[in-house]
Design a protein around this ligand. Structure first.
Ligand code: UGA
Length: 432
């Protein structure tokens, strides 16, 4: 099929490249000409394992193309995906839909034969109705159908999540589009993905409800971890003990720092705000947002306690600063609160991240980037493991800390507390 992805951000680029790998002709469109020229040269704007190889392969075999000409690209395509950002509006919790609406207006100028217009951006329920209204100002309703097809890709795992999804959700009010979409996704369905066909509004809400539920699950286990710390229980036992109940499920039950990233914080807020608009009180999600917001303060307090309130001049090494492993994304990472806190208290912070130096810390006092794990942890009073990159999973602490034995604060519970203690180090984890 001939597809056009509008927006070469995370969702548009990964989905476009994967669709082309499944044998479709795909044009990825962006108004950022520099980005498009770079993509043509194989320069990828985001860090995502496996993406570069797939871009090069499919661009070379001409199933994948890049363009900044929206009109021409839409005209050439049967299916048009809207994949632009829906950030939180300034001074509000609502999603800013201006980019989605602007793209819909542009598309409406180029529809001359029947096209399926799919929204893949994360949008509040009823946005599809608005898109239909905008496009029908220029195009007869016979010539287009607006569909909601949310994505469930995780950063760092996006390609695998695209190829092996648990489910594909398609929300459409017309059966013709449902059929075409089912056929587009048939290579994934034949590998075991469930195809969930719903009304358009339901698909929009499935996306928000999924993210809000996962955020709730994480927040739940993080709060139980707080109780474990007070009662001498290891949260890992609790996660296993409850996760094996199939009604609960073991995934997304890893206690850690506050959840971050570009989706959970933004989408939980937008869902509450949509519910407010429909006069519905989502009290559970409201408390999840609040609990997660307070979590970084809680971790700062625990850090102070671990250091016996003597933070000034302590050498702190921070391993991993992004919101999770396998991404270079800093959005809503709890390191953005923890590192400034340590800096304000007079600590000397060295940090290392496999994705390199971060501009976010450039102006902070006594915060420097080190080029390797070794350089970072050398001479430290405390080592904070903030994300769970494989690189951090088998550090030979003994070799690196010959003269001084640093405290290890393992915020992802990567290491066995007993093994680390046997080596003579003080160990703290989350909820253990
Ligand atoms: C999330 C969803 O998992 C995807 O399904 C969704 O498509 C995406 O948002 C989106 O809406 O675009 P992502 O933000 O990439 O994906 O990251 P996750 O892997 O879900 O992690 C989010 C946060 O939760 C991270 O801070 C992570 O460290 C934390 N987390 C995750 C935990 O603390 N514990 C867990 O068990 C799992």
């Amino acid at each position: 099929m001939k597809l056009c992805m509008i927006g070469t951000g995370y969702v548009g680029l990964v989905s476009g490249v994967c669709f082309s790998d499944l044998g479709n002709d795909v044009i990825c469109v962006d108004k950022d000409i520099k980005k498009i020229n770079n993509l043509k040269k194989g320069i990828i704007p985001i860090y995502e394992p496996g993406l570069e190889e797939l871009v090069l392969k499919n661009y070379k075999n001409k199933r994948l193309n890049f363009s900044s000409n929206l009109k021409e690209s839409v005209e050439k395509s049967d299916i048009v995906f809207i994949c632009v950002g829906t950030p939180t509006k300034k001074n509000s919790n609502r999603a800013d839909l201006s980019q989605v609406y602007a793209v819909a207006k542009e598309i409406s100028k180029s529809v001359k034969k029947f096209k399926i217009i799919i929204n893949k951006s994360t949008v509040p329920v009823t946005t599809g109705d608005e898109l239909e209204k905008i496009i029908s100002k220029k195009v007869n309703k016979k010539f287009f159908s607006v569909v909601s097809n949310p994505e469930f890709l995780r950063e760092g795992e996006a390609i695998r999540d695209f190829i092996y999804p648990d489910r594909v959700v398609v929300g459409s009010n017309d059966s013709r589009s449902q059929k075409i979409l089912k056929s587009l996704y048939s290579p994934l369905i034949s590998k075991g993905a469930k195809f969930v066909s719903t009304k358009r509004r339901a698909a929009e809400l499935i996306k928000y409800a999924s993210n809000a539920f996962l955020a709730t699950k994480i927040t739940f286990i993080n709060e139980i971890a707080n109780l474990c710390e007070k009662t001498g229980i290891d949260i890992e036992d609790i996660s296993i003990g409850i996760g094996l109940d199939k009604r609960i499920g073991s995934r997304f039950l890893r206690a850690g720092p506050a959840y971050g990233g570009s989706c959970f914080p933004k989408d939980t807020k937008a869902l509450v705000s949509t519910a407010d608009k429909f006069k519905t009180n989502l009290s559970v999600i409201k408390s999840v947002i609040r609990s997660n917001h307070l979590r970084s303060d809680l971790l700062s307090k625990r850090l102070s306690l671990i250091l016996k309130n003597k933070i000034k001049n302590k050498v702190v090494s921070f391993l991993g600063v992004t919101f999770k492993a396998n991404t270079d994304d800093m959005r809503d990472s709890s390191s953005l609160k923890l590192i400034p806190f340590l800096s304000r208290k007079g600590a000397k912070i060295k940090y290392y991240d496999p994705t390199g130096l971060k501009k976010e810390f450039k102006k902070l006092k006594n915060v420097e980037f080190s080029n390797s794990i070794h350089e970072t942890i050398k001479g430290s009073d405390i080592i904070i493991i903030h994300t769970e990159w494989n690189d951090f999973k088998s550090i030979n602490f003994k070799k690196y800390s010959k003269n001084k034995k640093p405290i290890i604060y393992d915020m992802r519970n990567i290491y066995s507390p007993n093994k680390i203690k046997k080596l003579g180090f003080k160990y703290f984890g989350i909820g253990r």
